[in-house]
Design a protein around this ligand. Sequence first.
Ligand SMILES: [Zn+2]
Length: 84
Amino acid sequence: MNIIKFVEEFPDEAGCREHWRVIREKEGVVCKRCKCEKHWWLKNRELWQCSQCNFRTSLRSGTMMESSKLGFRVWFTAMGRFSS
Ligand SMILES: [Zn+2]
């Protein structure tokens, strides 16, 4: 993906977060506490809530972004560079 295409596809932080949510849901979100795979998406808080035990999983949880304070857009840019 070239940089112009990238900017068109991910114009802002919110777009990146939404894209990241779709990717993670495709891969499957698994509850850390009870291993349940069924979650509700809490749009206002940007968290998944486990349908079994109500444990909440953040967008960054369980990924390399977890301990980072960098924005999603920065990560996406970096990943785009690595994969190209
Ligand atoms: Zn759970």
